[in-house]
Design a protein around this ligand. Sequence first.
Ligand SMILES: NC(=O)c1ccc[n+]([C@@H]2O[C@H](COP(=O)([O-])OP(=O)(O)OC[C@H]3O[C@@H](n4cnc5c(N)ncnc54)[C@H](O)[C@@H]3O)[C@@H](O)[C@H]2O)c1
Ligand SMILES: C[N+](C)(C)CC=O
Length: 489
Amino acid sequence: MDFKKNYINGEWVASHSNATRDIINPFNQEIIATVTESDETDTKAAINAAREAFDSGKWAATPATERGHIVHIIAELIERDKEELAKLESLDTGKTVEESRGDMEDIAGVFRYYAQLADKNGGEIIDSPIPNTISKVVHEPVGVCGQITPWNYPLLQASWKLAPALVAGNTLIMKPSEITPLTTVKVFELMEEAGVPSGVINLILGPGESVGAELSANEEVDLISFTGGIATGKKIMQAASANVKNIALELGGKNPNIIFADADFDTAVDQALNAVYFHAGQICSAGTRLIVEETIHDKFIEKLVQRVENIKLGSGFDKNTQMGPLISEEHLNKVIHYVETGKQEGATVAVGGKRPNNPALQQGFFYLPTVLTNCTTEMHVVQEEGFGPVITVETFQTEAEAITLANDSIYGLSGGVWTNDIAKAERCVAKMRMGTVWINEFNLYFPHAPWGGFKQSGIGRELGKAGLEEYQETKHIFQNLKPEAMNWF
Ligand SMILES: NC(=O)c1ccc[n+]([C@@H]2O[C@H](COP(=O)([O-])OP(=O)(O)OC[C@H]3O[C@@H](n4cnc5c(N)ncnc54)[C@H](O)[C@@H]3O)[C@@H](O)[C@H]2O)c1
Ligand SMILES: C[N+](C)(C)CC=O
């Protein structure tokens, strides 16, 4: 695999210090690539390139239809190379290739969706209350956008930022997670091939503390869009205040999954697994807080545990694997810490609760899919985002109790309700303080509908029309067709 570099002003360049970083396969800890490691100096060069490209006006002045056409070509190139991209994503993150294939379909869909929206948000004529005037609203690009992404869905989260920023006419600097940059590098190659002009898209590889912090604080950056953890989000928000940047934060979640006794039992059990164990639970919207009606608790947990015991761990490249490793040793230790703390606080391990014994998995950062019962709302493992394959189980007797438990969180990203009583479901979702609520479903998202969090799960929305509006300024233009002196002064 060749050495991966930054992409600044249309050139592939190594960092000024020539520092490098090895990228590790979380399944076996082998080095899968070496990439350039940048710092503040490289970041400033990328910001300058984006600033000059924006100020030249060349991209913003390109007709929206043409910008949309280029974004559509990017979608086609992703479609063309989706198998290579899927394998690269699995190598880098450990998730199964089947999951990565699904991600690549979603990613191409995001570029396609924004391509077709490019020339359909031109503004509006306001019915002016003042005679002989024209009042109109137009949308303009925000300017230079800093975009910072996490390691769990590297290219998917990048696509949610790249596609709307481009069709809106912005220039950008993207910083992927330093531990999973490979598919983002590849998509920059595809965007170059698609004909995005130099300076419009810039890629900078490096750590958050230097590259990410510079992007967040630099006064030449007009907007910072971040997806990642809550602690980092708070730092970015603070740094962004330097020049009162526009800010979009997609942060973590600790998502409730409410199961009423009248739900379709087998489907609810099956989907409770899907809600958490894809990508070993490393999903912002994972339904890790299972909230089950007391009357079905024992039966539900018995069936759930039976199913969990059969989940096959292994290499993401093995067709039989259902769950891969966690991303890193540091992250594995975090998951272990939360489960151990939960046990000390009174939770019972119904299944899992440790690393697998299988000798073939010892080089990988594996943790068994876990169910903790006897959980209560104040436990750390219930309140804090462990980001691993761990379900905590709480019970309720009444609808009101279920809602109270569901909302008892600083987070508000997503949640689910399982019941065959639609009126009850509607009553629940009306009270659930989350950006996405599913009824008889979990973890579904698509480009047309907005995504984002209530409470400390974030600010702003990605996807849908709202995801485009994040990258647009709104300008009111007022024209007097019959100007007259006022003679006031
Ligand atoms: N809401 C969503 O849609 C969504 C989607 C995916 C992931 N997430 C969240 O992401 C988190 C997991 O990702 P992570 O561990 O990579 O998050 P993280 O916050 O550790 O890192 C995210 C990115 O921020 C960078 N960063 C770190 N410190 C920084 C700083 N001081 N200034 C600027 N940038 C900095 C990192 O290098 C990385 O690129 C979870 O909390 C998950 O819920 C949320
Ligand atoms: C937003 N989503 C669900 C694709 C990934 C969250 O980690």
